[in-house]
Design a protein around this ligand. Structure first.
Ligand code: GTP
Ligand code: MG
Length: 138
């Protein structure tokens, strides 16, 4: 069994899609271990996406990610990282498969509604960014 970090990004929270996304997660058999709603500060968003800091869209991405509240969750299950990324679909909704969250719900390549860790090392960094040990006992 494996854990991954999920975020519902500001465009998803703003459009009342929290329940829609959580239903897809639970229907796929992933367990929600921990869950919280928060608004990222600029420094927190820059830290979370530090790997992209040289990319041309970095400033826009940070502005977007701090534009409103997000939901962060830790998901658990067999191959949770790949299962969650499969539910999300491709980064750009124009390239996402039918039935994925990004195809069904996302607005564009930036406002793409959800985040998921892309590897076990990334998940191990991203989960403690939002949750402490006590919160991860669920
Ligand atoms: P995350 O789960 O959010 O990490 O998405 P990802 O792994 O599918 O994509 P990636 O890590 O490459 O990019 C991180 C985020 O930056 C994306 O989810 C988008 O919100 C944003 N992003 C990626 N590529 C572009 C782009 O070409 N233009 C803009 N404006 N934003 C982008
Ligand atoms: Mg990524």
């Amino acid at each position: 069994t494996e854990r991954t970090l999920c975020m519902i990004k500001p465009d998803g929270v703003e459009r009342n899609l929290i329940g829609n996304v959580l239903t897809r997660i639970e229907s796929a058999g992933l367990r929600i271990v921990a869950l919280r709603k928060l608004r990222l500060t600029k420094a927190q968003a820059e830290g979370f996406y530090a790997v992209h800091k040289e990319r041309p869209f970095f400033q826009s991405l940070v502005d977007y990610m701090t534009s409103g509240p997000i939901v962060a969750a830790v998901l658990e299950g067999e191959n949770a990282i790949a299962v969650w990324r499969g539910l999300m679909g491709a980064t750009n909704p124009a390239n996402a498969d039918a039935g994925t969250i990004r195809k069904d719900l996302a607005l564009d390549v930036e406002r793409n509604t959800v985040h998921g860790s892309d590897a076990s090392e990334t998940a191990a960094q991203e989960i403690p960014y939002f949750f402490n040990a006590m919160e991860l006992q669920g």
